[in-house]
Design a protein around this ligand. Structure first.
Ligand code: SF4
Length: 332
């Protein structure tokens, strides 16, 4: 997804740098209570007018946040320590500092939550950036060096935690929209960046490795880049261990139905090409879909083929297919 919203020009605050989870105290005071949206239910926790509707808080804390006419809102106030922990995770991840609490601080929030282990050696980074319209980013820990997939916000607390996890050897950028603070991470960690040449722009001319063509290419043990042009000319997925597919804005999970999802509304380049690229993915084995925007999911490997076929049918104008997900292992 790109930043095609007027809201992206708002004054962006950085609440995460004000958090101090190490001391079990978090400052909820960056968002302005006076600017809270009227759709919030009454109480301490609120979303203010700086929200850009990136959806992040809704999948991190679905018991607290819901959609409301182009924004997110608090539809249920936290009632317990776990609720407040979820609120804190959402606040730290929020790209615009739009989440706050009238109480300013809450106790018992535990240690710094990000990067957060998803499964195996794959982590979710939190700390979304407004420069990527709040896209998610991931860290893969490997014996040959860690890989950062797309760019989170360059926040000190996150950087410290990534250093503790072994730093960054390589930064893989799925497409031109989700590069955010790539230059700061590259400068700090001395990592090489990888981006398809067809998505290079003024801000990414310095990317060390610029891929060309449409053939899948290995970038390390168990790591294959699969070009998937469509959303943008140079969109690419990263396949890890034939298990995890990092998809950028090419493919995600739709929790409402539930089924796989690709968005024509945010296809900036060529929808027919995106359909063809989706078909190519049917040749690969994977279980996890880890997107920039939208929900992630974990299906049984045998379910992925039928789920993709159903999606491709809809992308090409067909009605929703008969395929139903029977073995959804995890989604968030
Ligand atoms: S994470 Fe922040 S910007 Fe994104 S929908 Fe929630 S409140 Fe809005």
């Amino acid at each position: 997804m790109g930043i095609n919203s007027e809201k992206s020009t708002l004054d962006i605050r950085r609440p995460a740098e004000a958090c101090n989870l190490g001391q079990s105290v978090i400052n909820f005071g960056m968002a302005k209570y006076a600017d809270r949206l009227p759709a919030n239910v009454d109480g301490a926790l609120f979303v203010d007018g700086n929200c850009i509707d990136c959806n992040t808080c809704r999948w991190i804390a679905p018991k607290l946040f819901s959609a409301a006419d182009g924004y997110s809102r608090v539809y249920r106030q936290p009632k317990s320590a776990p609720d407040w922990t979820d609120a804190a995770r959402a606040l730290i991840a929020c790209p615009t500092g739009a989440i706050g609490s009238r109480d300013k601080s809450r106790p018992e929030l535990g240690p710094e939550p990000y990067p957060e282990l998803i499964h195996g050696d794959v982590y979710y980074c939190g700390y979304h950036s407004p420069a990527s319209f709040g896209a998610a980013s991931y860290l893969i820990r490997t014996d040959d060096g860690n890989i950062l997939v797309d760019s989170p916000r360059f926040a000190r607390r996150l950087v410290d935690r990534i250093e503790a996890l072994g730093g960054i050897e390589t930064m893989f950028l799925t497409h031109r929209d989700d590069v955010a603070d790539h230059d700061k991470f590259a400068a700090h960690f001395g990592c090489d960046r990888i981006l398809h040449a067809d998505d290079i722009s003024a801000g990414t001319r310095g990317v060390e490795r610029q891929l060309t063509g449409t053939e899948p290419i290995s970038i390390g043990q168990n790591l294959t880049v699969i070009p998937v042009p469509g959303h943008t000319p140079g969109s690419a997925c990263l396949l890890y261990k034939d298990q995890y597919l990092f998809t950028g804005d090419h493919l995600s999970w739709d929790a409402d139905f539930p089924r796989l999802r690709a968005s024509r509304q945010v296809c900036w380049y060529d929808w027919d090409l995106q359909c063809a690229s989706m078909q190519l993915l049917a040749d690969f084995r994977f279980e996890w879909i880890l997107p920039g925007h939208g929900r992630r999911c974990h299906l049984a490997a045998a379910d992925m083929g039928p789920a993709l076929a159903e999606l491709i049918g809809r992308m090409r104008g067909g009605a929703a297919g008969a395929y139903q997900v029977h073995n959804l292992a995890a989604a968030s």
